[in-house]
Design a protein around this ligand. Structure first.
Ligand SMILES: [Zn+2]
Length: 682
């Protein structure tokens, strides 16, 4: 049995989308110059037969001569059509037909030719025995279900003339299926591939931002029982930072179910991780549907959040530079040295996002000698908000980290082949390469090894290391020992939340050629899956009060490890631990502490350890939770600088509306009947 069809595409498909787009634009501007329309009758008038002059009282079937509707499964149409165009000329001048002629380019070929054929069935409906036939509502609903995400991805409304209830009819009214021929052809093609209804074609090519949004939304709608997309915020240029989530209960946290995140493309020019995460999302969805037990177990026991691009603005700059490099006209020009370019690394404000997080590591180093020092949930210092330009991408990720009980995370980069783990910032300010372990050194090493060992080549000592020396290290390194930097995302995760994040350097080439994408997926697939499974290690449980209510924010400490983790909203927690004997203590403000001695055998993946804490009268002098700083943890963004600064314009009805989408300019040139129905929220 063939499971999933994966297509390794050729390099030519990268540029073909751009070429089509040019065609689209040329066509639009030539049509715009001859714009003049006679009064159309309304769809309602058309439906009641009021559009015809007495001479044309009965519909007359005429040959189908519309250029963009030549492949419909019938040969005759009639006017007025279902939406009220009186003649072929009237139709060809309308924005509806124009949309059909360009939709392939606008949606990057997605849902093509389905949308066009559906549109033709309304604009040039079938005519038989001098009678206008209407297309089937069921065909419309099927296309809408599988294609609406593609419109959402470019912020376009579902076209009014494809309203399934308004212009389509049921079987009992004698409808016809405008996609019948297309479907027959597809069935013949698919019968050769698989007898199963579920399969995904993963295209191992690069994806533009709108293609990425579209694929993620399409994947979530295909797997709507286990997946959904959501935006964690916007980039400087207003692009969504779109995440896709997989879980047996998408949209909610399940008690005791650990959550993990995977982030790609933080540096806009490091693009392999972005593509791998897009493929991973498609793979998880299709393998789950196909009944792959391993994938089903992962998704049923873990909530997985994937953000393929943290820096979509930077990606655009990097991708355009690569396109220039590949353009034959530029071949002999200077300035496109293969490994020498860094355009697109930073965000649109020229900020390196991996230097833009609060530097909590310095705070940790300054305090670690104090007796009651805390190395967990360190608040963001006020100076960060006052002195630093905080990128909206950084801000969105910080809020994200604070909003979900993430246990582990991987940030995918490029330029080296190694896993690096915290701390990234050196414990000695003058030492730029100094081994700087966290209190969780052993856990981090295991987490890093899990990825490196499952990767096809990362842990091999003879593997090309792109310049740096990681020989005899098995493909993993402490971050600061490699090179030190402050304000990184991984250190922030560890010191501000319960999340343990590693940095995955996927290879020497930051922007590999398209032919490399499929082999790279094969090299990393097992590593990504093993990494996700790693979260089911150590202990987990619930901290409750005497009445059985979960206690939020209780600390879980392990003797000998100077880093606590805290419970989530319902009192559940996850503590990564190596096998062995441990003393574990649960504590919460206003409750007595409880300690347990536990033995975690090698054979057990994850142990369950619950705690019940008794309420005690507060003794303020002894209550070390009463450090004023703890309250500051909740004071995030005290100056509210971000909520105010997002660019919005006011809609006509006073509602908030974002700027018009990029494709609007081409339609709006048309003047009199600019298709405002294509704008969402209008
Ligand atoms: Zn990077």
């Amino acid at each position: 049995m063939i499971t999933t069809l994966y297509v390794a595409a050729t390099a030519t498909s990268f540029s073909s989308g751009t070429a089509k787009m040019h065609t689209v634009l040329i066509l639009l501007s030539s049509l715009a110059t001859c714009w003049s329309v006679p009064r159309r009758c309304s769809p309602e008038e058309a439906a009641m037969g009021r559009c015809r002059t007495p001479a044309e009282n009965r519909p007359q079937c005429m040959e189908m001569v519309l250029g963009y509707c030549q492949d419909v499964p019938y040969s005759h149409t009639t006017f007025p059509n279902i939406v009220g165009h009186r003649s072929r000329q009237d139709l060809e001048m309308g924005a509806e037909y124009l949309l059909l002629s360009v939709i392939h380019g606008l949606l990057n070929g997605e849902c093509s030719p389905d949308i066009r054929l559906l549109g033709c069935s309304v604009l040039a409906p079938r005519c038989q025995d001098n009678k206008l036939m209407k297309p089937c509502r069921s065909s419309c609903e099927m296309v809408k279900k599988s294609c609406i995400h593609a419109f959402e991805a470019i912020q376009m409304a579902w076209p009014y003339f494809l309203d399934c209830d308004r212009f389509f009819v049921g079987e009992e009214e004698g409808c016809y299926d405008p996609l019948s021929e297309l479907r027959e052809k597809q069935e013949v093609a698919f019968a050769n591939i698989s007898d199963s209804g579920f399969f995904t074609i993963i295209q191992f090519t690069y994806h533009t931002n709108s293609q990425m949004f579209s694929i993620l939304k399409k994947t979530a709608s295909k797997c709507s029982d286990i997946s959904q997309t959501y935006s964690i915020g916007r980039s400087v240029e207003g692009k969504d930072l779109l995440a896709i989530e997989f879980s047996n209960n998408p949209g909610q946290h399940d008690l005791l179910e650990p959550e993990i995140k995977l982030i790609g493309n933080m540096h806009g020019n490091e693009v392999l991780g972005r593509q791998l995460l897009i493929y991973l999302a498609q793979y998880l969805c299709s393998e789950y549907l196909l009944g792959n037990e391993r994938i089903q177990t992962i998704i049923n026991t873990t909530r997985i959040h994937i953000l393929p691009s943290m820096n979509p603005d930077g990606y655009e700059i990097a991708a355009s530079e690569v396109a220039d490099r590949n353009d034959p006209e530029n071949i002999n020009q200077e300035g496109h040295e293969y490994n020498g370019w860094t355009s697109g690394r930073a965000n649109a404000q020229n900020l390196d996002l991996n230097r833009n997080f609060p530097d909590l590591t310095s705070i940790f180093y300054n305090r670690r000698r104090f007796r009651h020092f805390r190395s967990h949930h360190i608040p963001v210092p006020e100076s960060y908000w006052l002195n630093k330009v905080v990128a909206p991408e950084t801000y969105a990720v910080m809020k994200w980290i604070r909003s979900y009980p993430f246990v582990i995370s991987a940030s995918l980069h490029g330029g080296e082949l190694v896993i690096s783990y915290p701390f990234d910032f050196s414990r000695h300010p003058q030492e730029e390469r100094m081994y700087s372990p966290t209190p969780d050194e052993q856990i981090f090493r295991q987490l890093a090894r899990t990825y490196a060992d499952a990767h096809a080549t990362m842990s091999n000592n003879d593997t090309d290391r792109c310049g740096a020396s990681f020989a005899n290290k098995g493909g993993i390194t402490n971050g600061a020992q490699w090179y030190s930097f402050a304000g990184g995302m991984s250190d922030f995760n560890y010191l501000h939340s319960n999340c343990y994040e590693i940095t995955v350097e996927l290879g020497c080439d930051k922007f590999p050629s398209e032919e490399e994408l499929y082999p790279e997926w094969l090299r990393n697939k097992e590593a990504l899956l093993s990494f996700m499974e790693f979260v089911h290690r150590g202990i987990k449980g619930i901290v409750k009060d005497e009445h059985g209510n979960g206690i939020k924010g209780a600390t879980i400490s392990v003797r000998g490890m100077r880093h606590d983790i805290t419970t989530a909203v319902d009192g559940d927690y996850w503590r990564l631990l190596n096998p062995g004997v441990h003393i574990v203590t649960a504590a919460a403000s206003g409750y007595s502490k409880v300690s347990k001695r536990i033995h975690l055998p090698r054979t057990v993946q994850v142990g369950r350890v619950d705690f019940v804490l008794k309420k005690v009268p507060r003794e303020p002098s002894l209550d070390y939770f009463n450090i004023p700083e703890l309250d500051n943890y909740d004071r995030f963004d005290p100056f509210n600088q971000f909520e105010q600064s997002s660019p919005r314009v006011q809609g006509e009805n006073g509602e908030e509306r974002t700027e018009k989408p990029w494709w609007w300019a081409y339609f709006s040139q048309l003047g009199v009947s600019a298709p405002t129905w294509l704008l969402r929220n209008y």
